[in-house]
Design a protein around this ligand. Structure first.
Ligand code: 6GP
Length: 799
């Protein structure tokens, strides 16, 4: 895919003419975006074709990553980068007098996800292609991505994110690969040719149409496939769709991500969505296998791996059983063996409320045959334990209990591999959350610490840092992330440290400009840029950060000359639409921001900036400019975290509890290059065991905490009478403060005081920052993928 600058300029001008009948000076930025993206796509299409042909010809084992979320963000720059075109195009555009950045900004974020889970899926797509493995994605083509967040009077308001409005240049509709997915009705079994076969009555078929997007590997010619499914009414079934409700239920299948699960309708829709993409994906995998690989289905596990990304796709286990038995005639034992060998499962959270359980009646109504098969899996599972384990153990581990289907149990029983996403998380799964299953299947459990796409977060998003790295240690780190360790040699090199300081300053100036544009708030790039970007959730403790801001505000009001190093607190976070508490926290942060930013006593010592609509492209802007990374979840609650990795790679220093992957970051950078604080996970579990944490005691006995928490109800912070009260109440009750915010407050303040002091020595700060960047290679998703490939999926690289 080689291209010279003059070729690029010529082609670009020609395509503007050929496609749109425009000269450059007549084209809008959006026109130019479309034309450039079209050029990129036609250039990689050859390789795309070649890639899948070569997999088929070699009968390569292929992985299919099933995920309810994918978060690739904008793809123009990353595709250009992976094809080796980015610099040429940037220069060429400059010579053509086009502002390349404006062209890039035309692309709507492909925001088919919520947070870490979806972004991880996309970084794995990039790593699989870049490492040359046959790995594909399977998910849903939502018409509306995750909602667009607006703040109105400080409140989060959710607007539809109509990302497909202007079309999506990257996708290809593959009509001929459509399949039918069956919902509802009655099913009973009837003997046929010596086997029991299902007979359906009154069910409805939905047509699943795939839209494929090329996943371009980094400078290796590999292009894998992300297949997203859309739902339509099949032509010859139209007569069965009589009511508006019938129609709407098909439309809704691919309308929004995570329908509100606080209502019955929402839960029903989630079951339908999950079954929809799982069934469509598996059918298309089997069709392809039988046609191109032409091997018996009993050998499927030698050629196909299916990964279940969290529990949402776990019906894949029952659906593969169904396809193998009902459609292809395998017996239960053969089908089960193949299924377990094909399937593997990642758990992404220990939060109990995120562990899906579906009402058995609802599954009966929506996916009756799948429920039958799950019941049989459950029956056989129970049978296999009887006599060996006591009844309590069996009740705790079986799939169906109390009229609910426990999806994690299905995923575990039906997979040969179960992994957590950071060392501590996997240990907690084994010891606590999934301990019973660990006793049953110790060999299935393994850890795969998450990773991030360093090429995106460093090379593309932070060209100033990348230039320093290239000059000092060469550019190999893009392919071999551990090369970053070579940077350690320069830890005392003043020239390099000065360059790092200058690069960070320039990045901060860029972000300050953006903040001004977006919010009108003036921030100084000389201040500490203190960043907390992640979903809004009580366990992630944005509130802990906020309490400290309130304390600093009070300190400065009492003593305007207090020696506080100027800081800009930057937040980015969406709250789930039905999560009231999280929304209350957003409102309070916004009101504290108003208060602090407009109080003349505070001068420039504190600024609070909550950027709207946090998403991948906002992260692209914020991360290179961060000095401090807030990773302050209650220990044991954050499975891994991935913003911690992106931020450290860009030289931010982490303020961290010993939670998730923070522990591994700490192990690599050492005590001196991270600011740790707070309870350990053991201490948290000890509190749970003896029920000895009493928030009210902290409120009553600690005058600082008392004063800070009172600010939420005594009028100090205006306009939060309801939300402030809600937060106040949650903190001060005897058994309140579920996530031990008050317990960790003092220790958090101390850690932050150290940050404040350390930042005053720029050279030393730069040195710590360099040590973080140098160790970030360990958190590259390229390496994470290598470990999945070797231990779980058993793929071989493409030659
Ligand atoms: C998230 C975890 O909260 C985060 O710690 C982790 O880094 C990320 O997954 C990737 O593994 N979990 C989710 O987003 C989620 O929806 C059900 O879990």
């Amino acid at each position: 895919m080689s291209l010279t600058k003059s070729q690029f300029k010529q082609n670009f001008k020609r395509r503007l003419k050929d496609d749109l009948a425009l000269d450059i000076d007549e084209a809008s930025y959006f026109d130019m975006y479309k034309v450039l993206a079209g050029m990129v796509k036609s250039a990689y299409n050859q390789n795309w074709h070649h890639t899948w042909r070569s997999y088929d010809q070699q009968h390569k084992k292929q992985l299919y990553y099933f995920s309810i979320e994918f978060l690739p963000g904008r793809m123009l720059q990353s595709n250009l980068f992976n094809m080796g075109w980015l610099e040429i195009v940037k220069d060429g555009m400059k010579e053509l007098g086009v502002d390349f950045e404006k062209v890039v900004e035309q692309e709507n974020d492909m925001a088919l996800g919520n947070g870490g889970l979806g972004r991880l899926a996309s970084s794995f797509m990039d790593a699989l292609a870049s490492d040359g493995y046959a790995g594909n994605g399977n998910g849903i083509r939502y018409k509306y991505g995750l909602f667009k967040q607006k703040f109105i009077d400080g409140y989060q308001v959710e607007l539809p994110n109509n990302w497909l409005n202007e079309g999506n240049v990257w996708e290809e509709r593959r009509e001929t690969h459509s399949v039918l997915v069956r919902f509802g009705g009655q099913v009973y079994l009837q003997p046929k040719n010596g086997q029991l076969k299902p007979v359906y009555e009154g069910s409805q078929l939905v047509k699943a149409v795939p839209y494929d997007t090329g996943m371009v590997g980094y400078e290796n010619g590999v292009v894998n496939t992300l297949r997203l499914w859309d739902a339509e009414i099949p032509e010859d079934e139209e007569s069965k769709y009589r009511t508006i409700d019938d129609l709407r239920r098909v439309e809704d299948l691919t309308s929004v991500l995570y329908p509100d699960d606080s209502t019955e309708d929402g839960r029903r829709m989630r079951i339908r969505q999950e079954y929809f993409f799982v069934s469509a994906g598996l059918q298309s995998i089997l069709n392809h296998y039988l046609e191109k690989y032409d091997q018996p289905l009993t050998k499927l596990d030698q050629y196909v791996a299916v990964h279940i990304n969290d529990t949402h796709p776990s019906m894949a286990i029952a659906e593969l059983m169904r396809l193998l038995m009902d459609e292809h005639g395998l017996g239960w034992e053969d089908a089960w063996q193949v299924t377990v060998n094909v399937m593997s499962y990642t758990n992404h959270t220990i939060m109990a409320e995120a562990m899906e359980r579906w009402d058995i009646n609802m599954m009966q109504q929506e996916v009756p045959r799948i429920l039958q098969i799950i019941q049989e899996i459950d029956r056989r599972f129970v049978l296999s334990l009887e006599g060996k384990y006591d009844q309590n153990f069996i009740n705790r581990t079986r799939i169906i209990a109390n009229n609910q289907v426990h999806m994690a149990h299905l995923a575990i029983i039906g997979s040969h591999s179960i992994n957590g996403v950071a060392k501590l998380h996997t240990e907690l799964l084994k010891k606590e959350v999934l301990h019973d299953f660990y006793r049953l299947y110790p060999e299935r459990f393994n850890n795969k610490t998450n990773g991030v796409t360093l090429r995106r977060w460093m090379a593309i998003d932070n060209p100033r840092l990348a230039a320093i790295l290239d000059q000092e240690i060469g550019s190999d780190w893009r392919k071999n992330p551990l090369e970053l360790e070579k940077l350690l040699k320069y830890r005392s090199n003043n020239k390099v440290l000065d360059q790092l300081i200058a690069a960070k300053q320039a990045n901060k100036r860029d972000l300050a400009k953006f903040i001004k544009q977006q919010t009108g708030i003036e921030v100084s790039s000389k201040a500490i840029f203190d960043v907390q970007i992640k979903r809004l959730h009580a366990y992630k403790r944005q509130l802990l950060n906020l309490l400290r801001i309130v304390k600093l505000y009070q300190d400065l009001k009492a003593n305007p000359n207090a020696d506080i190093y100027p800081r800009v607190f930057i937040f980015g976070a969406k709250a789930a639409p039905s999560y009231q508490y999280a929304k209350a926290v957003i409102k309070c942060i916004n009101e504290v921001a108003n208060l602090v930013n407009n109080d003349p006593d505070i001068h420039d010592k504190l600024k609070v900036v909550f950027l709207e609509n946090y998403n991948v492209s906002l992260a692209d802007r914020i991360i290179p400019a961060a000095d401090v990374s807030e990773q302050i979840s209650l220990a044991s609650k954050e499975a891994s975290g991935t913003s911690n990795m992106k931020l450290m790679a860009n030289g931010a220093l982490t303020v961290a509890t010993m939670d998730g992957a923070n522990i591994e970051i700490h192990d690599y950078v050492g005590d001196d290059n991270i600011f740790t604080f707070g309870l350990s996970s053991q201490e948290v579990y000890r509190y749970y065991a003896d029920n000895s944490y009493h928030a009210s005691e902290y409120y009553e006995n600690d005058p600082v905490i008392h004063r800070v928490v009172d600010a939420f109800v005594d009028g100090t912070i205006p306009n939060i009478s309801m939300e402030g009260r809600e937060i106040f109440e949650s903190l001060v009750q005897y058994n309140g403060d579920q996530f031990f915010v008050l317990r960790d407050f003092e220790s958090y303040l101390k850690a932050q005081d150290k940050v404040d002091q350390a930042y005053r020595n720029p050279k030393h700060w730069a040195q710590m920052s360099l040590i973080n960047t140098a160790n970030a290679g360990h958190f590259s998703s390229d390496l994470t993928i290598d470990r999945y490939v070797d231990d779980v999926w058993k793929l071989t690289p493409n030659k």
